[in-house]
Design a protein around this ligand. Structure first.
Ligand code: AMP
Ligand code: GLY
Length: 423
């Protein structure tokens, strides 16, 4: 019996827990801290994913066989290194790998040294604000300004005017809107195209290409309003054909793995390539050292493989060959139900009404939920995600939206146009 510890509390981790529950490997799953739904697949633990002390203590005393890390923060802060020191296999990169997400300056330099297509850029440190402003004057809008470090997905500012760009720069560097994440900034060329996301699982030598996805980051319909963690996602991505796939593999995935190796990094985990399709050519917008949320909610349901086995293979260096994952030829769509006000201030603690029975091929994914006295309450901005899969994207979306009609909580909001450009 293998003992598994999964770290995280969102829809991504719920989906991982659900997929792990289908594994043929006999196992006990623990989730720290989990949410109001993950306890259907394992035991929720009373400590968070950034509480290294409790994690190390639990892993040692329970003799955990594998730790799977959902979110980026513990990885960027070196959790995998600490676990490796005590001999515990981890699905999630060490600090030297996670820095691809942890520092945008590092990632840009890495890409330029590895010949990986990405927007042209320059980086500036906090004492170079005047140089940064001079540089902005020389380039054309829109201006893309990025805080170097982790900023909970909010560290990218896209400005239409020079005035706006100057004040964005002041916010990041002088006012320290994103704290120490703004000690350096990247200013880069604005890329026009369609975004999509590609994922691999790698053991540092070989990789498995997972299903691709497209997420909907803006809070409002028609991709308007503030950026969020993601309001929905679809997989497959219709324009990700054989030709684009080959370009992504040859120009991006393989040079990234070669670049890591060249720097002596053994990367054991997932790499999420945030890409822009510019006239049929892929450019890297960002690297993430983990799976996406809500992309996981559509890619794992399509994965026709034992996910727990894959996580062990990643952690133990047992991937046999570079290959594409076995994937169900179905379309998956997920729609996120959020608390009114999100991504800004919102209330918590509202009771949630859920459908008594679910149709086939529907997953009700818990994200910001909490179980209290046998009631499910809202406990976050992104509350639930409803994934459906079917033979076409339209059918999947219909199923998802039909299910949403049976779900209620106060101030519930969702986008009604997920997947709109592919209809
Ligand atoms: P990131 O946090 O790096 O994913 O950036 C947030 C969002 O900003 C991305 O999802 C893109 O929509 C947008 N973005 C980032 N960099 C660029 C760029 N160079 N050109 C156009 N849009 C960008
Ligand atoms: N959905 C975007 C992310 O997980 O970063």
């Amino acid at each position: 019996m293998k003992k598994i510890l999964l770290l995280g509390s969102g829809g991504r981790e719920y989906t991982m827990a659900w997929k792990i529950s289908k594994s043929l490997i006999p196992h006990h799953l623990f989730i720290a801290p989990g949410n109001g739904g993950t306890d259907a697949y394992g035991k929720n633990l009373p400590f968070g994913y950034n509480d290294f002390e409790s994690i190390i203590h639990f892993v040692t005393s329970e003799k955990i066989d594998l730790v799977i890390v959902g979110p980026e923060e513990p990885l960027v802060n070196g959790l995998a290194d600490e676990l490796s020191h005590i001999g515990v296999p981890v699905c999630g990169p060490n600090k030297a790998g996670a820095i691809l997400e942890g520092s945008k300056v590092y990632a840009k330099q890495f890409m330029s040294e590895s010949g990986i297509p990405t927007a042209a850029y320059r980086s500036f440190s906090a004492n170079q604000i005047d140089e940064a402003k001079e540089f902005l004057k020389q380039i054309d809008p829109p201006y893309v300004i990025k805080a170097d470090g982790l900023a909970a997905g909010k560290g990218v500012l896209i400005c239409q005017s020079l005035e706006e760009a100057f004040s964005a720069l002041d916010d990041v560097i002088k006012i320290k809107k994103f704290g120490s994440a703004g000690n350096q900034v990247v200013i880069e060329q604005f890329l026009r195209g369609t975004e999509f996301s590609v994922f691999i699982a790698t053991d540092g030598d070989r990789y498995v290409l997972l299903p691709e996805a497209k997420d909907y980051k803006r809070v409002g319909e028609g991709d308007t309003g503030l950026n969020t963690g993601g309001m929905g996602a679809v997989s497959p991505v219709p324009f990700f054909d054989e030709e684009l796939r080959t370009k992504v593999i040859q120009r991006i995935i393989e040079p990234t793995l070669a670049g890591l190796k060249q720097r002596g990094v053994t990367y054991r985990g997932f790499i999420f390539f945030g890409l822009m399709n510019v006239d049929g050519n892929p450019y890297v917008i960002e690297y993430n050292c983990r799976l996406g949320d809500p992309e996981t909610e559509v890619i794992l349901p399509r994965l026709d493989e034992d996910f727990l086995q894959l996580c062990f293979d990643v952690a133990l260096g047992n991937i046999v060959e570079n290959r594409q994952a076995h994937v169900l030829q179905k379309h998956a769509a997920t729609v996120m139900l959020v608390s009114g006000g999100y991504p800004e201030a919102y209330a918590k603690g509202f009771p949630i009404t859920l459908p008594e029975v679910l149709e086939e091929n529907i997953l009700l994914i818990h994200a910001g939920t909490l179980r209290k006295d046998n009631q499910i309450l809202t406990n976050g901005g992104r509350v639930l995600s409803v994934t459906a899969f079917d033979h076409s994207l339209q059918e999947a979306l219909n199923k998802s939206y039909n299910t949403i009609e049976k779900i209620h909580f106060q101030q519930m909001y969702f986008r009604r146009d997920i997947g709109y450009e592919f209809m």
